[in-house]
Design a protein around this ligand. Structure first.
Ligand SMILES: Nc1ncnc2c1ncn2[C@@H]1O[C@H](COP(=O)(O)OP(=O)(O)OP(=O)(O)O)[C@@H](O)[C@H]1O
Length: 236
């Protein structure tokens, strides 16, 4: 059984085709990066996998279950792009709310507050946090329950460099299946071993990071290889 199984998936928004006939499978505990240009369909893919929106056509299964089923909700952690915790709640109350929904011991909250340097802000309302600290809070809310499947949409947005390092370490330590959408290839490389490249809603390339890297000319930066795949559909 695959952890994520997507078959012939198509999603339209009115006349816009966001995803077209997408098929791929992800095994449990694999680490995948989802790459593609602006508007490629990455966030749409993650929202469908998180059970937030439905495809128009095709089949999506998480551990052989519907993405919106209670079984999947239990194991899933999802960080949306531009995540916005409850603005009127304090940092600690946002986390306590998730902890009570997820049946997580509150001590875990304080570990994450310390790790992410958020303890000093724990009584601040989320709406008064800096954008970067709000992102850290959203990350804490997404991983508080140790999800076995983690979907991350641009997780390092707004974070300063030390925080990026903390968060990369944190994600790397989690024992979960990971699908992370990012435009930063060095981050993708550190978090993932497999790559899915989409452009205009269709898969352009799928495989191992190491294979992708080896497909360039000598000393060619991986960014250029990915750009070529996206622009021309060509590897060489
Ligand atoms: N709610 C919506 N209503 C209409 N069109 C939408 C909606 N959400 C996304 N789209 C369109 O669907 C396509 C895919 O968008 P999506 O946000 O999934 O791309 P993305 O790869 O995540 O882009 P980016 O890297 O810029 O975040 C785009 O053409 C976008 O304009």
């Amino acid at each position: 059984m695959f952890c994520i199984s997507v078959k012939d998936l198509t999603k339209r928004y009115g006349n816009v085709i966001a995803l077209y006939n997408v098929t791929f499978n992800i095994e449990c505990n694999e680490k995948w990066a989802l790459l593609g240009p602006n508007g490629a369909g990455k966030s749409t893919m993650l929202k469908i996998l998180a059970g937030l929106i439905k495809p128009d056509k095709g089949e999506v299964r998480i551990m052989d279950k519907d993405p919106s089923s209670p079984e999947v909700r239990k194991i899933l952690g999802y960080l949306p792009e531009d995540a916005d915790p409850f603005p009127g709640l304090s940092v600690i109350d946002n986390l306590k709310f998730v902890a009570s929904l997820r049946d997580v011991d509150e001590s875990k909250i304080y570990d994450l507050l310390d790790l992410l340097d958020l303890r000093q802000y724990m009584n601040y309302k989320a709406s008064t946090l800096s954008r970067g600290n709000r992102q850290k809070l959203a990350i804490a809310m997404a991983i508080l329950h140790n999800p076995s499947l983690l979907l991350l949409d641009e997780p390092l947005n707004y974070l300063d460099i030390p925080s990026q390092e903390t968060v990369i370490d944190l994600f790397s330590r989690l024992n979960s299946t990971l699908l992370v959408s990012t435009h930063i290839l060095s981050v993708a490389d550190r978090l993932a071993t497999k790559v899915l490249i989409i452009s205009n809603g269709t898969i352009r390339w799928i495989g191992d990071f190491s294979l992708l890297r080896s497909m360039g000319k000598e000393d060619e930066p991986i960014e250029r290889i990915v750009a070529r795949i996206i622009k021309e559909g060509k590897v060489f």
